[in-house]
Design a protein around this ligand. Sequence first.
Ligand code: ARG
Length: 459
Amino acid sequence: MSTKKLWGGRFQAQAEAWVDEFGASISFDQLMADEDIEGSLAHVKMLKKTGILPAEDCDKIATGLENVRQELHDGKLHFTVENEDIHMNIESILTDEIGPVAGKLHTGRSRNDQVATDFHLYVKNRLPKIIEEIKIIQKTLVQLAEENVETIMPGYTHLQHAQPISYGHYLMAYYSMFKRDVERFEFNNKHADISPLGAAALAGTTFPIDREFTAKELGFSEIYSNSLDAVSDRDFALEFLSNASILMMHLSRFCEEISMWGSYEFQYVELSDKYTTGSSIMPQKKNPDMAELIRGKSGRVYGHLIGLLSTMKSLPLAYNKDLQEDKEGTFDTVKTLLPALKVFNGMISTLKPKKENMRHATENDFSNATELADYLATKGIPFREAHGIVGQLVLQGLQTHKNLQDITMDEFKEISPKIDEDVYEVLKPEVAVERRNSLGGTGFASVRKQIADAKKKLQ
Ligand code: ARG
């Protein structure tokens, strides 16, 4: 049997301890202890300001809460399952410290608006750090791109050599993805930044509370205009999990590529010893564990998104205990994201491109085929026809083990008298890359422009 509950008045029997254990959230929601105390402090200040409670009581409660906060930071608080969650644990500790006056704190408030307030604050408070970490990665990418504008590598579609590109261009593609991530997390704040406090259980309260005051105290820029929505909305958390999932997907794609590019078959990049591990049996191994782990962890973040979406689906208004399931996945997402971002940044800033191998890979393929087709088109041959001509040359080249640049002038002339000596220049991979200066293209000037714009944006 467990001890008497704060809400135990109407109960004749008490739940068994193991049932309490099942219902309790204190094992995880203690992560919101700071936010809970902050919310209570704002609430009690409002109770004083509005005269709902005598000033003297409010002062006692506020001082008590400050002390509890200090004890929390000193690691002196002891939470119990009997007190179910962080809200009732803090209230019970406050009662132990200042006596029954602590019971007045909950005037005009419910745990439903309390937990929603705490959770909003929790998400809102974590956004800046995440945004900061993404921006560090963006800066690294821009710096690497700057060093590699003229590093030539094969560009792929369908994982087949497509056209040569600048490695700097490739890096700037990821810069752009992370830019959208930053924007998404910035927008995330819009919906996290709404105060549910004062919605009470579901319907508001008869006490003359001042929701503007508490919202301002807590730094919220908006207030929920409907109490039912205020206590049951978790969109801000879903948006957070969705943003986190997309971010993890971006990290994962890069990780997949560098794992692949570090393999014997590619040998385009080499990961630093600091971000790789060896094998317990195969002495030659250098495994991209960190990249794989980031790739792997994207799965658990997606899981948290799907988990909360499933919890929310079919939930009738307003608060239901199901909503207690909103927290662990969100907390774990923060716990996963921050170190993943940090490791990712360390890994890419120490990543060495093997420029020779990258370039070499563009010479032994037909990734300059489009160049030749474009060349013929500029000489007046309709592009479709030019495409067909080059297709035949590729087939012939495959059969005779010859690349396009190895075809002799006589052989070219047989195909089309319009082909001249200047074709060999056009077929060089760096020339192919350099010339692609259409807006957003891989041309050196275009990549330099992307870098310059990014630098301005990151300042
Ligand atoms: N621990 C609860 C949660 O996380 C707090 C709100 C409880 N409210 C209630 N009516 N049981 O959702």
